[in-house]
Ligand binder design. Structure first.
Ligand SMILES: [Zn+2]
Length: 107
């Protein structure tokens, strides 16, 4: 199987254009498009894989902390606050990951 040079997905050898990123794949299509596209940059792609576990760790930690602090509260608070803390923890983890990506020289 061939791989798209711009985005890295598997492409069929009979295709002329990548369906994900519109990279021209055949020689004629590359010439018509005026050369290959630069490689696609994904979020925090310069960091090793274990940095990408930060949002999972922060969101699950926020969920556990919120749940354990709400044992004396009413049912409405016990229903609403843990999922909100889960989402907010994941967002904070993404912000932390973004800071690591900035310090590692990603533009
Ligand atoms: Zn592609």
């Amino acid at each position: 199987m061939e791989i798209c040079p711009a985005c890295g997905i598997g492409v069929d050898s009979t295709w002329h254009i990548c369906p994900k990123c519109s990279q021209a794949l055949s020689e004629e299509a590359i010439q018509q498009a005026g050369g290959p596209k630069p490689p696609q940059r994904n979020f925090a792609s310069t960091l090793p894989w274990y940095y990408h576990t930060i949002p999972f760790i922060t969101s699950i930690t926020a969920l556990i902390v919120a749940d354990s602090n709400l044992t004396e509260s009413g049912p409405l608070a016990r229903t609403l606050i843990p999922p909100i803390c889960f989402i907010a923890g994941g967002f904070i983890g993404l912000l932390i990951l973004n800071e690591f990506a900035k310090t590692n020289g990603e533009n």
